[in-house]
Design a protein around this ligand. Structure first.
Ligand SMILES: [Zn+2]
Length: 81
């Protein structure tokens, strides 16, 4: 094992990595027209959904009406229960 040999191996590995990346890009470009358009990443859940205890509708926790430890979609539902 000489240093030259190790350098040669390292260089070969680098070239391999570069070639692999280049091939992947070419394949991606070739496939792109056939691949379905990428959906935007799903937005992080802004609000936790809670179920209305009266009518069963799901509503954002911040918009829900809290009454007696239960969540309601509206004041009307809260009064009904
Ligand atoms: Zn309701």
């Amino acid at each position: 094992m000489s240093i030259k040999f190790l350098l040669f191996i390292g260089l070969g590995y680098l070239l391999y990595r570069l070639a692999k990346r280049g091939i992947q890009k070419k394949i991606a470009r070739f496939i792109a027209p056939f691949a379905p358009p990428q959906n935007p990443p799903p937005a992080p859940p802004a609000d936790k959904l809670v179920q209305c205890a009266a009518c069963g509708v799901f509503v954002a926790e911040q918009k829900s009406v809290c009454k007696g430890g239960q969540h309601y979609c509206s004041v009307d539902c809260g009064n009904k229960a």
